[in-house]
Each structure stands twice: as C-alpha cells, then as structure tokens.
Design a protein around this ligand. Structure first.
Ligand SMILES: *Cc1c(COP(=O)(O)O)cnc(C)c1O
Length: 375
C-alpha cells in the first residue's frame, strides 16, 4: 500500500522536453508564464516561483528586513519549517497554541501573543483547512505583516476567499507530497510592489537581474548587489511540471473530498478524534489526520504498520522538540492543545486515485486493532 502517490504522468514530460530545447535550464520564460498563471488563479498582482516553501519564506523575511530581536507569531502546531526560518535569521518565533477543534491559530490566540516587537505572523492552514484570515487581519495591528503558510492549501477557500485575499503575503509548497507538486518547489503571492521588487532580489543572492535577463540583449550587462539574499529561484525544468496541475487542481479536489467523507463517516462515533471542519470552509484536504489517546498512539502505529498500512505523524508540537525546548525552556504545559494533539496524531493515506480496497483495509484495521487499544 502507498501512503501517497503523485498524479503526474508522461503527458507532463512534454513540458520538460521543451525546456531541454532551450539554452538555459534554470529560471526563464516557462517560470514567468507559470507565475502569471498563479497570480491569475489567486487574483493577485504578483507571484514568484521559488525552489521550496522554506527558501521562499527566507526570501520573504529578508525582503521584510526582519532583524534579531523582532518577533514572529507562529502556531505551535505546524511543520518545523514555519518556525525554523524565523529562527535562522535571528528573529524570535513566538508560539501560540491552536484551537482544539480546528487545530488552527485563532485571531484571539494570535492577538494574545502580540508584543511591541511583533513584526509578522505566520498562520498555517493545517491539513488544508484555512485559518480565519479576515479575523486575523482584524485582530492584529496593521504594521504586523501576515504571511500565510499555504503549504497544505492551494485550492481551499474560507467564506469563498482563497489564500492571499486577507494577507500581505502567502507562500505555497510544491514539495513531493503536496497537492500541487514538482518534487521540490514553491510560490509566493503578494500585492505590494515594493515588497515584490525586494523579493525579486532576495530570491537570488540580492542580485539586480536574473541570468536570463542579463543575457537577453546579447550584450553583457553588469549586475549589482544592494541587499543580502538567498538562492531560492525555481528552474524552468521543474516549473514545466506545474501548468497542467494548476489548471486541473479544482477538478481533482472532489476525489480527495470523497475519500475524506468516507473516512469521516466510517470513523464517526469511535474513540478517535477528527479535525472539525467549519461549514464556511472548503478544505484542500491535503492530509487526513486522526487522533487517538496519546498513551496508545505508538501501539496504534505499530498495529497499522503490521497490517501493511503506511502512516506518518503530522506534527509533534514544535516547541516541545529538543531544539526549541532547550533554547526557550518550553514544557508540554506551555502549549497544551498542540502538545496533546501532537502526541496522539496519526496521518492516514490519502491521495486521488487511492484504491477503494486500500481505504477499506485501513478502516477495518482501525476498527479491529486500534479502537480496542483506545477503549
Ligand atoms: C511542507 C511544509 C512546509 C515546507 O515546504 P518545503 O517546500 O518542503 O520547504 C512548510 N510548512 C508546512 C505546514 C508544510 O507542510
């Protein structure tokens, strides 16, 4: 049984073959077309491709001129990348606990974490469910930059609004298991022209022109470096895998939704907790998490694995991982909701095209071996 399988096929190889016929394999015309497609998809003035969410976030934090001592509010329940890039530039991730039902950062939770040093906040759309972005924008001071972590949510909406609507910046991941993927990659959408100009530089060493533009006229042009940047540009070889996936992503959501609805119907009324999905949200259903009593979680994983079912854990609470715990002195009691969820969470296989009989086997194994453990 597979935990996940991408939906790319030989049809997608055509785009790569076309890039192989061009002189430069790195960022160029294909990426620019995909950036225009992404900007249009989200109704945003600007989109920039990057080689990962992680490097995209680094480029954004550098473009915002975040400094040591600045604080960034981050949900305790997320993947480590969200906090790590803040830490890497020397700023301080200030964790906030999440809602016990939705597992999302709330406007109230974010507002409580604000101090005079708060510069930004990075809400995370966990498992595909969007945070209350309008509420977060209203709850935070206007000078606090909202950066959406959309690694789990490309095609989801809340109150009909897609990612990027209420935030200054939104960052996507096209990592191997994400709903839109090119193996490794990502994108940033934004509204502000000044921040866009800064990002064009911080995405590529702080240089004033990318290679394709430097060679365009046939005459060598000098470049300058006015600020510090990273190497975060996406090569056209990978960008070529994106246009068809983006054009069809909304058509593929019903397959994920149907799998999730079957899981939820079969697992209702068992001693298993599920993420609550508010009616005003369309989840991108990136992952399907369940939660069992923490004391039984590892035995439950062993029972699933013994039946040939691959699972993952998304995520153990970030502040309780060794680095953050030792540096900042957090305990499980610091962010109890995130900690409890992270100690009992199990992510089940979910991907469009997943065979029905795989899902049947997962549900039957849960009922036969995991539920008795939880009793
Ligand atoms: C995958 C993921 C990231 C990191 O994405 P990369 O493209 O691998 O850097 C960040 N945040 C969340 C919530 C993720 O799941």
């Amino acid at each position: 049984m597979q935990f996940y399988r991408h939906g790319l096929s030989s049809a997608d190889a055509k785009g790569i073959a076309e890039v192989l016929d061009t002189p430069f394999l790195t960022s160029g015309a294909v990426g620019k077309k995909v950036e225009a497609q992404i900007a249009e998809f989200f109704g945003q003035p600007y989109a920039l491709l990057v080689n990962s969410w992680t490097n995209g976030a680094l480029a954004v934090l550098l473009a915002l001129d975040l400094k040591p001592g600045d604080e960034v509010i981050i949900p305790a329940q997320t993947f480590i990348a969200t906090a790590n890039m803040v830490e890497l530039i020397g700023a301080k991730p200030v964790f906030a606990d999440v809602d016990p039902h939705t597992l999302l950062l709330t406007p109230e939770g974010a507002a409580r974490a604000v101090t005079p040093r708060t510069r930004a906040c990075i809400p995370v759309h966990m498992y595909g469910l969007m945070c209350d972005m309008a509420g977060l924008r209203a709850a935070l001071p206007a000078h606090v930059t909202l950066i959406e972590d959309c690694a789990h949510c490309f095609e989801g909406t809340r109150d009909g609004a897609p990612p990027g609507k209420h935030a200054e910046v939104a960052i996507f991941s096209f990592y191997a298991t994400k709903n839109v993927t090119c193996g490794e990659g990502g994108a940033i959408i934004l509204k502000d022209e000044k921040l866009f100009s800064a990002l064009q530089q911080t995405r590529l060493h702080g240089m004033s022109a990318i290679a394709a533009d430097r060679f365009k006229s046939g005459q060598y042009r000098h470049w300058d470096m006015a600020r510090l940047g990273v190497k975060a540009n996406l090569p056209d070889l990978l960008a070529a895998l994106l246009p068809n996936q983006i054009a069809t992503i909304r058509e593929r959501l019903p397959a994920r939704t149907a799998l999730v609805e079957r899981y939820r119907a079969e697992l209702a009324n068992l001693p298993i907790r599920l993420q609550q999905l508010p009616d005003n949200c369309v989840s991108a259903h990136h992952l399907f998490p369940i939660h069992v009593k923490p004391a039984t979680r590892d035995a439950a994983i062993a029972a699933l694995n013994a039946a040939g079912i691959p699972v993952t854990v998304n995520y153990r609470s970030v502040p309780t991982l060794t680095y953050y715990r030792e540096k900042y002195g957090y305990t499980p009691a610091s962010f109890p909701v995130s900690h409890e969820w992270g100690e009992g969470e199990i992510t089940l296989p979910l991907w469009p095209g997943m065979p029905d009989e795989d899902q049947t086997k997962i549900i039957e194994t849960l009922k036969a071996t995991v539920v008795p453990l939880c009793g």
